[in-house]
Design a protein around this ligand. Structure first.
Ligand code: SF4
Length: 688
């Protein structure tokens, strides 16, 4: 088939939050080609796409796609149903719990794969229709500690940079980020900058691929990031290498931070983290000597029981070195799912915030939404996702509506999560596939994929971009926003949106952060970065150029002390397990497992084991190994490698057969953000 004979849409990638844009070509049945948008039109990627963006489309037309609603019959088996029957069952199931126990007995998990407009409606549906503030999303499992840590210090819980800052910074510090595999196009940009002379510092428990490009790679013990970060800050401030003018004019709390970091001498940092003290000194000097530095991180920094403190320590370091608000400087949490920035946070499917991070406990703000949505809203925060599963143990949550999230694999301690899903009075799952979570559902609703609908995604540098329909929804599947509208109307409301542009206009009217971000402007500009308060505003390339988003306009630095992981190795469980991603897979595999070409490269999970450890266990690469923690056990093939240290092992998160979250801990959560400690679990190993 010739390209000129096909349907084409200029759209945004549905995999990761780099937000690559490309033209997608379809014959109406399947996606036949993806071509990167020309650079001048694509402010975000501009270089290329990775393997997933280029080839990862078989899932859309997979035979496994849900094409009709499913309901449980009298024998407990799924049978196909009409939309009318399925939605009636949902309205009755959720409505009965709401009427008998109050809306707070219900919770909704929103989807960071869905569009901004759909996520706005998910938050509205929870509060207006269900009457609950217990609405949350996958952000809780990954970067919510970033949001909490940066918001406490600078005011906004997001990346301060534009992607292009990664290309012009004189120095880049990366930590807890396997950038090559999790954010491939960002890694390409960073490597290009390194080739052009930038310094790259990598701190990570694993000697990941991007470490090959680093001027300095330091292998750190998992769980002690604030220690080495504070050690760098200490060296800088004790040697007067900090940016005195910036600290004086634009920050508060410097003296507290200076005092608090004194315990983190290079020698102590070495003792706790394993990083040689000379490397702390050399990293500090490199950062201090650079004209500009970007501090980038992913989940290695955040998925801890003290992730918020880790992020605050990093925020202190960026501020004392004056690396904020100027070209080539800033903080950059690389977000994971395609729309976790917009859908997961900005649009307010959150238990404590309305869209635009407006606090639900603020009476004036709450009154604004009560009037707009014509409902009463409690000012008491609801449950975070991780807390919903604990609350269900106490029968405080009796029903859940889960949209585009595979909680039965992605929650910490999935043995516990499975028990909760099994015991709920009523569970609705809305997804493309009958995934592991849907197996527990009373009703399953078939949703459309991102190529079958129109809306917007917001990427990791706050750029809102268009998502365009290029195919009709498969079978009887429907876009999430249409399903929610139908359901809201069956549950007593009168929603009447014609399209997602109209939903975005409602967002604009209620959300100063997105006040000027209409579909028309996004389309005309090829993307707009928030904050963008009105339609004359050009968007904000770089945060904090003039002031911070705090009451006093300054970065409010706060002391971060010593913390340990919730669980440390002992005689029974002597190794530290960390989890993460691989290039060819995506999350729990619902999309990538349907890609024949992709599955050839990574057909299963594995455990990375250091050669010395492997020898002591008597295993070689390919042999099966049993990993056991206090919460469960899994069996996976070994991959013997010195990428990991002798005390650590690593397992990816992508396969149900070896669900690594059977080993992780659902109880010890970050006190500020309720993020679980995915990056540190004590485990034992044995040949299977
Ligand atoms: Fe898609 Fe991310 Fe790959 Fe870009 S880097 S093509 S956004 S998966």
């Amino acid at each position: 088939k010739r390209l000129e004979d096909l349907n084409v849409a200029d759209t945004t990638c549905g995999y990761c939050a780099v937000g690559c844009r490309f033209d997608l070509y379809s014959d109406g049945e399947e996606i036949l080609a993806a071509r990167p948008t020309e650079e001048e039109d694509a402010p975000v990627n501009g270089i290329s796409t990775c393997v997933k963006g280029k080839f990862g489309y078989d899932f859309i037309n997979s035979d496994d796609r849900l094409t009709t609603p499913l309901v449980r019959d009298e024998n407990g088996e799924f049978r196909e149903a009409s939309w009318d029957e399925a939605l009636t069952r949902v309205a009755e199931g959720l409505g009965d719990i709401r009427d008998q126990h109050g809306g707070e007995a219900l919770s909704l998990i929103a989807s960071s794969k869905a569009t901004n407009e759909e996520n706005y409606l998910m938050g509205k549906f929870a509060r207006q229709v269900l009457g609950t503030n217990s609405v949350d999303n996958c952000n809780r499992l990954c970067h919510s500690s970033t949001v909490a840590g940066l918001a406490k210090t600078y005011g906004y819980g997001a990346a301060s940079i534009s992607t292009e800052d990664l290309e012009i910074a004189d120095c880049i510090l990366l930590t807890g980020s396997n950038t090559t595999e999790a954010h491939p196009v960002l890694a390409t940009r960073i490597k290009q900058n390194v080739r052009d002379g930038a310094d790259l510092l990598v701190f990570d428990p694993r000697e990941i691929q991007i470490a090959e490009y680093a001027d300095q790679y330091s292998q750190v013990a998992p769980g002690y990031d604030a220690v080495w970060i504070n050690g760098i800050t200490r060296y800088i401030v004790n040697n007067d290498l900090h940016d005195e003018a910036f600290v004086e004019e634009r920050t508060t709390g410097f003296e507290d931070v200076k005092e608090s970091v004194q315990e983190f001498t290079p020698e102590r940092v070495e003792e706790v983290t394993g990083v040689p003290h000379e490397e702390i000194v050399s990293a500090a000097e490199t950062i201090a000597e650079a004209d500009s530095c970007v501090f980038g991180w992913t989940l290695g920094l955040t998925e801890h029981s003290h992730g918020t403190e880790n992020v605050m320590a990093m925020a202190n370091l960026a501020a004392v070195t004056g690396n904020l608000g100027k070209p080539g400087t800033g903080v950059s949490p690389f977000r994971g799912q395609n729309n976790v920035q917009g859908g997961g946070g900005d649009m307010g499917p959150l238990p404590d915030n309305f869209p635009g991070y407006q606090d639900i406990a603020d009476d004036e703000i709450r009154a604004k939404f009560e009037e707009a949505w014509d409902c009463d809203i409690s000012g008491e925060y609801g449950y975070y996702t991780t807390q919903m599963f604990l609350a269900a143990d106490d029968d405080d949550i009796k029903g859940m509506y889960i949209i585009g999230e595979n909680a039965a694999l992605s929650e910490p301690g999935v043995n516990h999560a499975e028990d909760v899903l099994e015991e709920l009075d009523f569970l609705v799952v809305q997804d493309l596939f009958l995934n592991e979570t849907a197996q527990y559902a009373d009703v399953v609703l078939p949703a459309s994929s991102f190529v079958e609908k129109t809306g917007t995604f917001t990427n990791t540098d706050r750029t809102v971009q268009m998502v365009k329909q290029v195919m009709e929804p498969k079978g009887d599947s429907r876009p999430d926003w249409e399903i929610l509208q139908d359901l809201a109307n069956r549950m007593g409301r009168a929603w009447d949106y014609d399209d997602t542009a109209e939903i975005m206009r409602e967002v604009n009217s209620l959300t100063p952060l997105y006040g000027g971000i209409s579909h028309e402007r996004v389309e005309a500009n090829g993307g707009l970065q928030w904050p963008c308060p009105d339609e004359d505003h050009p968007g904000t390339e770089r945060l904090y150029a003039e002031e911070f988003n705090t009451e006093n306009g300054k970065a409010n630095l706060q002391a971060v002390g010593y913390s340990e992981p919730a669980e440390t190795p002992d005689d029974d469980y002597p190794y530290t397990l960390t989890t993460g991603r691989v290039l060819y897979q995506y999350h729990t595999g619902t999309m990538t497992h349907r890609e024949e070409g992709i599955m050839k490269y990574t057909p299963s999970d594995f455990v990375e084991i250091h050669p010395e450890t492997a020898e002591s266990l008597g295993v070689e690469s390919g042999d099966l190994v049993t990993l056991e923690s206090r919460r469960g056990e899994i069996v996976v093939p070994a991959q013997v490698t010195d990428r990991v240290g002798p005390d650590n092992v690593f397992v990816p998160i992508h396969f149900a057969e070896s669900a690594v979250n059977r080993l992780t801990d659902e109880e010890h959560l970050d006190p500020a953000a309720a993020t679980p400690e995915f990056k540190v679990s004590a485990v034992s190993l044995r040949a299977a």
